[in-house]
Design a protein around this ligand. Structure first.
Ligand code: NAD
Length: 495
């Protein structure tokens, strides 16, 4: 069966945050849209709210007033689910509860036309499970939008075990018609985005648990790596209760695989009512007069000098370091054929992390995190060896400042923060591909469009290399033991 849903009459069930957004996008794409909600008056209220949203878009010059009027005229608040009889597509955006969703779809199946497609906007429930009990489970598919629907481009088109390929294809094409970027996903816990994103929070929470750095330092370093928000400020925005619930559901749904185990740090915050912005306090304090995010420490560092300065390594980063060093006027030698990257300062080493801690690498050693590019005053984590002399501990950061970074000292932990987080995001994405959840291209698009990552995991992998990522993960695995850092077999295939 092929389905062309372009312009087809549509019923949106659930007139909450997501339902309104879906109705807006569909109406603007030319569909007649019916909107239904079990709460009396909710659908009509939603239409009024949408009228105001469209007016605001007109006032901002983002929409012509005729278009706004036309879109609004296409939306009808309906009082009964029986309106589904005239729909070719039903999109469900009701409460996130398996039993209630199942009941709704069974009810809908008795009303809709035989070729009507049924879509669920669930963000965490198995599409396979929702379809169980339907007479035609093949017509049910996940159409997972992101909040706010009109702005977020990603749609995860989620296929359950019994979803017809033609149905998934029709929703894929329709999403494109609506100006979205659809990505096919297999129904597995967290689908693509909510699964691959777990380590972004988990690694920072793990570092906080062992007091390796403060939230402000971790946030500053990850922002410098191109993320729009650091994990701590982002968890404060999402709400720790919501973020913890998603982590817990992915953990439970994976039969308590310790790879996904939630963090005590977050559990404490939830239990204590420190939910983030909405409660006035999370990692940071909000509200009257409270600083939202603590300022990064900016130390002014005098330029260091060396009797013998060597720049080890090659590639874009080493070239960037060479240019930065030339600007300082310091004489230096190049050691291109080196097995590490960084500066050798009178015998002491300042090395790009390969996962091993500075203490594992030697005495007069400091490691620094993986930078996005050289300098521009970007925050960059570093750590000295526990056995380093006070002289080297005091000087190492000045060399990072000379390379135009804003050094952020943290505890000597494997992979520091950015390298460790990126490696874990790559690893999780690799497992998702291994399990057929999505393609590498799908994972990249999903992470960039669903959670605004500066690049996709496989794009990071292409700029880095698989043996280095595996090496870093193996160090983490040996250091912490347990399942979290086990390397995806998909990555091993590269080596
Ligand atoms: P919401 O609470 O804002 O809206 C849900 C609406 O559904 C309410 O108006 C409620 O009255 C109505 N409703 C409940 N049971 C119903 C039923 N049986 N029949 C008809 N209407 C019913 O919730 P939301 O945030 O819009 O989320 C809706 C769905 O979208 C959930 O499955 C959620 O997981 C998913 N989702 C939410 C987000 C998000 O950021 N909020 C993002 C992606 C997906």
């Amino acid at each position: 069966m092929t389905h062309t849903l372009n312009g087809a009459p549509l019923l949106v069930v659930g007139a909450g945050i997501m339902g309104i957004g879906i109705a807006q996008v569909a109406a603007q794409a030319g569909h007649p849209v019916m909107l239904f909600d079990t709460r009396d008056g909710a659908a009509a209220e939603a239409k009024d709210k949408l009228a105001k949203t469209l007016d605001a878009l007109v006032a901002k010059g983002k929409l012509r007033s005729e278009e706004a009027a036309l879109a609004l005229s296409r939306i009808e608040a309906v009082a009964s689910i029986d309106a589904a009889a005239s729909a070719r597509l039903v999109v469900e955006a009701i409460v996130e509860n398996l039993a209630i969703k199942r009941t709704l779809f069974q009810q809908l199946e008795a009303i809709v036309a035989p070729d009507c497609v049924l879509a669920t906007n669930t963000s965490s429930i198995s599409v396979t499970a929702i379809a169980n009990g339907l007479r035609h489970p093949g017509r049910l598919v996940g159409m997972h939008f992101f909040n706010p629907v009109p702005l977020m481009k990603l749609v995860e088109v989620v296929s359950g075990l019994q979803t017809d390929a033609a149905v998934a294809a029709a929703i894929f094409d329709l999403s494109k018609d609506w100006g979205k970027v659809p990505v096919h996903a297999r129904s597995t816990p967290g689908f693509i985005v909510n699964r691959i994103a777990r380590p972004y929070y988990a690694e920072t929470l793990a570092l906080l648990l062992e007091q390796a750095a403060t939230p402000a330092v971790l946030d500053a370093c990850l922002r410098a790596a191109g993320f729009r928000m650091g994990p701590c400020e982002l968890m404060d925005l999402i709400g720790h209760d919501t973020n913890f619930a998603v982590t817990q559901s992915v953990y439970e749904a994976n039969f308590f695989d310790r790879r996904f185990v939630p963090s005590l740090v977050q559990r404490e915050m939830v239990d204590g009512g420190l939910l983030g912005r909405k409660s006035g306090r999370g990692f940071y304090a909000y509200g009257d007069g409270a600083a939202t995010v603590l300022p990064e420490s900016i130390e002014s560092m005098p330029l260091p000098t060396a009797k013998l300065l060597r720049l080890h390594g090659q590639g874009p980063l080493a070239e960037g370091f060479a240019t930065a060093l030339e600007k300082t006027g310091q004489a230096f030698l190049r050691v291109q054929a080196s097995d590490w990257l960084g500066l050798e300062v009178d015998g002491a080493q300042l090395r790009l992390t390969d996962g091993r801690t500075a203490s594992q690498l030697g005495t007069e050693v400091a490691v620094f995190d993986r930078p996005l590019s050289v300098g521009h005053g970007a925050a960059l984590a570093w750590a000295p060896s526990l056995r380093a002399s006070p002289a080297w501990t005091g000087t190492a950061a000045r060399w990072l400042a000379a390379l135009d970074f804003k050094p952020q000292r943290m505890a000597d932990t494997p992979g520091l923060v950015v390298a460790r987080t990126l490696a874990m995001l790559i690893n999780e994405a690799a497992d998702a591909v291994l399990q057929g959840v999505c393609t590498p291209e799908g994972a990249d698009a999903a992470m960039k469009l669903g959670v605004n990552y500066p690049a996709g995991p496989f794009e990071w992998l292409a700029q880095w290399n698989a043996p280095a990522v595996i090496g870093l993960l193996d160090v983490l695995d040996a250091h912490y033991r347990g399942e979290r850092y086990r390397v995806s077999p998909w990555l091993r295939k590269f080596v």
